[in-house]
Write a protein of this length. Structure first.
Length: 472
């Protein structure tokens, strides 16, 4: 019985998909997305209303590293250029974040002298060579009131904090640090941490000698060291801009490695004749409405609402393909749909698919670059024009032959009626739905219910946010 019901649902979904809207070509998505954002936000201002706040934190027993203003200013300009060029390549134009600047036009860093000594900052217990994320609270305890005294509202801005907590031995050429090194975002507020050191310099990406011994990564070419640590700043800054982890699809791999995946280990590596990092369309789609990129903060920090969200999941009649299509509308308007497909339980390599809904909210995304798995998860993000997202999830499996199995999703669809009846407190309807479930074949039901439990992929949002935040 259950198999028969599932077969009908799968066949129906495939039939709808074949007759539904087609995915928008990636080359056309930026213009369509910007048209929706422009209609909501209005013209982009000549001068950005929102700017990135740069902070230089140094412990109580240390002064700033030599040349920190020039070095970090050059690093931030380089990263700004990386995002600008990536957005332009994707069709959004040369959009990038703006920073606070001094009267000479140089990036402005707010220097904060902490109350803790350098020795009070610990290593991350599960990851030698980097600082403890929990010690970020000590840094925030000093930075928050210091910025407030300068008229900066901590919880309504995006802050990049450089921590003077690195230890470099010039004779032995050894490096370690105890800086918090992560990025995070909550509605309307972005924050990230990175380590500063006198040896960080954008002029050295092509440098191969001498070798540096890093406590976490071991022996590195000098340029590779710069790639990892400056690329780490670009990556964590992405999290402060509300970007989640994602990998590059097979068709994107020739261009480089996703900066929000493992791309921080490839940042500017092209200057050494190697494959570099790229900004994927999934990341670009999210950034297009961010106030630091668009320039205006209309609706920034407001909770989004999906007023309609109906979608089908199918293979579109093509083996090895996952298709999600339907209709979505919301407040603020939905301008983009991004699907992150995590088959390997490694967010850093999850391929993505993107599209833009039409005037009626119809959309479709398709992806076939999926690894074999028993319990995969497609996270669908509906991008609202104020920079926020709404999220839905779909469970799937992929066989060793590449065939996509949607029985987990179909099982949940069959249970939707029971769940809705329980939620609204309709005991009679719930009893009827439960009886229908109990009439299904027991063996099939047990098999499907085990596979739809999501015990490996169905992480709570809280846990996913924690993993997103702790990446260097």
């Amino acid at each position: 019985m259950m198999r028969r019901a599932l077969g009908v649902l799968i066949a129906a979904s495939a039939l709808v998909a074949r007759g539904g809207v087609e995915p928008v070509a990636e080359s056309e998505q930026a213009a369509k997305a910007l048209a929706i954002i422009d209609a909501y936000k209005g013209p982009r201002p000549v001068s950005a209303e929102r700017k990135l706040i740069l902070v230089y934190y140094t412990p109580s027993d240390r002064g700033p590293e030599p040349g920190y203003e020039e070095r970090l200013g050059a690093i931030m300009e380089d990263i700004r250029g990386f995002y600008r060029d990536g957005m332009a390549r994707l069709g959004f134009g040369p959009m990038s974040f703006e920073m606070e600047r001094d009267t000479a036009g140089k990036p402005l860093l707010h220097v904060v002298k902490g109350t803790n000594m350098a020795a009070e900052f610990a290593a991350w217990k599960s990851r030698a060579g980097t600082g403890s994320p929990e010690d970020g609270e000590m840094v925030k305890a000093s930075c928050r009131p210091a910025l407030r005294a300068e008229g900066i509202e901590w919880d309504k801005e995006t802050e990049m904090i450089f921590c003077n907590l690195a230890f470099w031995d010039d004779q032995a050429r050894t490096f370690r640090h105890r800086s918090p090194y992560f990025g995070q975002y909550s509605l309307g507020h972005g924050l990230c941490f990175a380590a500063d050191s006198r040896i960080l310099d954008v002029a050295d990406f092509a440098k191969r000698e001498p070798t540096i011994h890093d406590e976490e990564y071991g022996d590195l070419e000098w340029g590779k060291f710069e790639t990892i640590f400056i690329g780490g700043i670009a990556h964590e800054l992405g999290h402060a801009f509300a970007l989640p982890h994602c990998g590059e699809r097979g068709d994107e791999a020739a261009m480089g490695v996703s900066i929000m995946g493992a791309g921080n280990h490839y940042y500017r590596a092209e200057r050494r004749g190697e494959r570099g990092a790229i900004l994927t369309m999934a990341s670009g789609m999210r950034l297009a409405s961010h106030p630091l990129f668009y320039g205006t903060g209309k609706g920034w920090g407001d909770e989004p609402r999906l007023e309609r969200c109906d979608f089908n999941v199918s293979t579109s009649g093509r083996r090895g393909t996952l298709r999600i299509d339907g209709r979505a509308s919301g407040t603020p308007p939905v301008y983009g749909v991004v699907a992150y497909c995590n088959s390997t339980h490694d967010e850093y390599h999850a391929p993505t698919a993107t599209t833009v809904p039409d005037a009626e909210g119809n959309f479709a995304v398709e992806i076939s670059d999926l690894a074999a798995c028993e319990e995969g998860e497609a996270r669908i993000e509906f991008c609202h024009a104020n920079g926020a997202v709404s999220e839905r999830k779909v469970m799937y499996a992929v066989g060793k032959d590449g065939a996509v199995d949607l029985s987990q999703w179909q099982t949940r669809q069959l249970l939707a009626g029971l769940g809705a009846a329980v939620e609204r407190g309709d005991r009679a309807a719930a009893a009827q739905e439960l009886a229908a479930v109990e009439r299904t074949d027991g063996q099939s039901w047990r098999r499907l219910s085990r596979r739809s439990s999501g015990r490996r992929c169905g992480r709570s949002g809280k846990r996913r946010q924690r993993r997103l935040s702790r990446m260097r």
